[in-house]
Write a protein that binds this ligand. Structure first.
Ligand code: ATP
Ligand code: MG
Length: 370
């Protein structure tokens, strides 16, 4: 007899695939990852196959082994997803939604009724009259790669020389950035977690705080409403991050990321249901889990690679110093600036939490040695 437990295939085997393995195991769901290499972060802890996500034939073979497919990075060509859908494969989120995460210009157009930076798709530098501005690759950017602050027409021309078509946006002088994680299932049940404040440096997220401490109660509710409304509008299935800029009492939509997201990592330790479990529940059309927080605050810090290679030895000091610290190691090769893990701390005193998290990530990354 075929097992009643479904087999979920994830395209990609990075840290998001890795962090999906524990909730899948707990629910008894079989997970299989399409990895680029056997040493991928996720491939170290789950069943996997090595294959090329850009190759329809290889993805089709992989899909045959799964009841349902999803992805943990946004690089899979939408043409591959569409081809498989037309052959009857179940792919969540569907290509119809996924396009708004993969194509920032399509997203801007689709979400035109929400407040957002003014934007324009350009191929020539003289089409932009106001500087400074923000130029973005329409597809494929991550961790600030593919995002440039441009101060003049000649700077924009130089970027256009390498990237023939760009999305150029009004630069928003925001007060801070937030992200709202939202989940939605095929039957339309939806849930959000507490809005999360994200702290970036050099275009990369370094720390998140949930609930966003600088956000008023009413703006927080509004942000959650916006995320739910976008999720319904694009017929999301799965989890998604809605990144927003907060300026005064205004919320500007920045972008959508249609998968578990860095700004939701705190939910593993700080919410009744983590984003990884919720994603599985959502794509399987199971009832969604409770998104309540289990503490007043959850602070997450990304460990960025530095000179230090040994990521195990720091445990001796860190785990003794902060017994409540939760460490998530991705077991990726340490490269400068690369996200190689994260830590989460729950509690009530925000100053203490951010100090301890900052200490932990600095110590792990080799920025400090005591
Ligand atoms: P991620 O870091 O989430 O992978 P990404 O590389 O796809 O994202 P965006 O989120 O679009 O890129 O931009 C990265 C960062 O650049 C934002 O978090 C924000 O700090 C800054 N930024 C982007 N667009 C604007 C804007 N219109 N005005 C001001 N700052 C912006
Ligand atoms: Mg972003």
């Amino acid at each position: 007899m075929k097992s009643p437990f479904p087999r979920v295939g994830i395209i990609g085997a990075g840290q998001l695939g890795r962090m999906s393995a524990a909730p899948a195991a707990a629910l008894g769901i079989d997970l299989i990852l399409l990895a680029q290499s056997a040493t991928d972060s996720g491939a170290q802890v789950a069943e996997f196959e090595v294959g090329d996500y850009r190759d329809l034939v290889q993805v089709r073979e992989f899909a045959k082994k799964c009841d349902l497919l999803t992805f943990e990075h946004e690089l899979i060509p939408i043409s591959v997803v569409r081809a498989l859908e037309s052959e009857g494969a179940k792919f969540y989120p569907t290509s119809e939604s996924f396009i708004y995460s993969q194509d920032k210009a399509a997203m801007r157009e689709k979400l035109a009724k929400y407040l957002a930076p003014k934007w324009q798709v350009v191929t020539k530098a003289n089409e932009i009259l106001e500087y400074p501005a923000i130029a973005k690759s329409i597809s494929g950017g991550y961790d600030g790669r593919g995002v440039w602050r441009v101060n003049s027409e000649s700077e924009l021309a130089a970027i256009l020389a390498e990237n023939p078509k760009l999305l150029v946006e009004e630069l928003i002088d925001f007060d801070f950035e937030i992200s709202v994680m939202v989940a939605r299932s095929p039957h339309g049940q939806a849930a959000t977690w507490a809005p999360t404040q994200t702290v970036q440096s050099d275009g990369i997220c370094t720390m998140t705080i949930a609930p966003a401490p600088d956000l008023s109660e009413s703006l927080g509710q509004q942000a959650q409403q916006i995320a739910l409304s976008i999720a319904a509008e694009i017929k999301l299935v799965g989890v998604m991050a809605v990144e927003m800029f907060v300026k005064g009492d205004q919320l500007f939509i920045n972008e959508l990321a249609m998968r578990p997201h860095n700004s939701g990592h705190w939910t593993i330790d700080g919410s009744v249901t983590s984003q990884f479990e919720q994603h599985l529940r959502a794509i399987l059309d199971l009832p969604l889990g409770d998104t309540s927080m289990t503490a007043k605050y959850a602070v997450m810090g990304n460990v960025l690679g530095g000179d230090k290679q040994d990521m195990y030895r720091p445990y001796l000091h860190l785990l003794a110093r902060t017994p409540k610290l939760k460490v998530h190691q991705y077991r990726k090769e340490v490269k400068p600036g690369r996200k190689i893990g994260h830590v989460t701390l729950l509690g009530e005193n925000l100053v203490e939490l951010t100090t301890e998290v900052q200490h932990a990530i600095d110590y792990m990354g080799g920025v400090i040695d005591e």
